[in-house]
Design a protein around this ligand. Structure first.
Ligand SMILES: Nc1ncnc2c1ncn2[C@@H]1O[C@H](COP(=O)(O)OP(=O)(O)O)[C@@H](O)[C@H]1O
Ligand SMILES: [Mg+2]
Length: 380
């Protein structure tokens, strides 16, 4: 099972929109998916899925002893997709005790699915960070704005720091040094990670090696949401440069998503956008990202090398250009509705977009069949 925690730093950047729609797209592609609302204290994922009031969820499970974990998992209107509600009604749920968190992670990890998607809360609480660290491949969603990218970066910095604290033993020189920083109330913003690591490497090579080993299993991926124009896509390159240089983390780029007015209309009609308008730019971007995840699933989620990571940014930048050109509804708004010929043109472009996705799926299917056949041929 691939666990995909979805985090951000700043709220309102599209985590829940991404988590819910990507879950549906993966389920549509035949993957068994479970979506969990871990934005405890501010759960709203059920509303995006069009599920009304939920009776019980993670909060009730953790606070009542006679509920089994299976009891809180509900079927959705979508084939292959099950849902675990959070709990908006239980105050204080945002601050799980360590025991509750461990129990929850253990329960989640024994579920039977191809993908487990965790919609996390905003911010850098230990809960959120620990859920993010529970998988080697968390997704960080950010908008192109300065505050949003900064918060994404700080989230990752907090995560790296938390990871250090959890792997260095308290009595090791590295562990003691971190404890000293904590006691002195040094703000994390001031800590320069490369220098800190250099110091640890020098004073405590054993801890340093442990850290290097752990980092081999830490491959967060980036989603840049709410683009307005292709220039916004360049923000991803900036984030990459900063996290690489200052945190030693090279993120793969999963893709860009434009701001799309269809999302609001979809929300008002209580349908996930991918169901409401599968051919709109937003839904198409989500399908494209789902395709990438399925491809990664087929490749057993191997980690791309530096060249592969670089290519993921080049691809995303290209996709930003393409999507901008096919932002058909923007064109539609600009052109007068009376222009029939232009209207036809728009419809054609939309239909083609749709067709491209269908073809991509077919292509993917054939590729899988082909590689299966080749594999069988080899073993015979
Ligand atoms: N690409 C997008 N286009 C249009 N609206 C979006 C887009 N992404 C997110 N939104 C809207 O922005 C708001 C915040 O999104 P949400 O997924 O709830 O963020 P988060 O879970 O990170 O707090 C919601 O109203 C959502 O519908
Ligand atoms: Mg949310």
């Amino acid at each position: 099972m691939h666990v995909l925690p979805v985090a951000s730093g700043k709220g309102g950047v599209g985590k829940s929109l991404f988590a819910s729609n990507i879950a549906i797209a993966l389920a549509e592609a035949g993957k068994k998916v479970i979506l969990a609302d871990l934005d405890l204290g501010a759960s709203n994922l059920h509303l995006i899925l069009g599920i009304g009031a939920v009776k019980q969820g993670i909060g009730t499970f953790l606070t009542s002893s006679n509920l089994s974990f299976e009891d809180i998992i509900i079927d959705t209107d979508y084939k292959n997709l099950r849902f675990i509600p959070g709990d908006a009604e239980i105050p204080g749920m945002a601050n799980l005790k360590t025991g509750q968190k461990t129990k929850l992670i253990r329960k989640l990890f024994t579920l039977d699915a191809d993908f487990l998607i965790l919609d996390l809360g905003a911010g850098t609480s230990f809960n959120t960070i620990d859920f993010f660290l529970s998988s080697s491949m968390g997704v960080i969603v950010t908008a192109p704005t300065l505050t949003s990218t900064l918060n994404a970066y700080l989230f990752l910095k907090n995560t790296v720091f938390r990871l250090m604290t959890s792997i260095f033993s308290k009595k090791s020189p590295a562990g003691m040094y971190l404890e000293k920083l904590r006691k002195e109330g040094t703000s994390l913003q001031k800590v320069y990670i490369p220098k800190l690591l250099e110091r640890i490497k020098h004073d405590d090579p054993e801890s340093y090696l442990k850290y290097q080993e752990r980092m081999k299993n830490f491959h967060p991926m980036l989603i840049l949401n709410m683009l307005e124009n292709p220039k916004d896509a360049a923000k991803a390159d900036k984030i990459r440069r900063s996290t690489k240089e200052y945190l030693g983390v090279d993120m793969e780029h999963l893709g860009v998503i434009y701001f799309d007015h269809y999302q609001e209309i979809a929300l008002n009609s209580r349908l996930p956008v991918i169901k409401y308008k599968p051919e709109c730019v937003l839904s198409q971007a989500l399908y494209r990202i789902a395709d990438k995840l399925i491809q990664k699933d087929d490749d057993r989620f191997f980690t791309p090398d530096i060249e592969g990571l670089k290519n993921s940014y080049i691809t995303a930048n290209m996709e930003a250009e393409i999507d901008f050109n096919v932002k058909a509804e923007t064109m539609e708004e600009m052109l007068h509705s009376g222009a029939l010929a232009e209207g036809d043109l728009i419809d054609t472009i939309k239909a083609q977009q749709y067709e491209i996705t269908a073809l991509k799926k077919e292509n993917h299917f054939i590729k899988t069949q082909l590689s299966k056949a080749i594999e069988e041929g080899f073993t015979m």
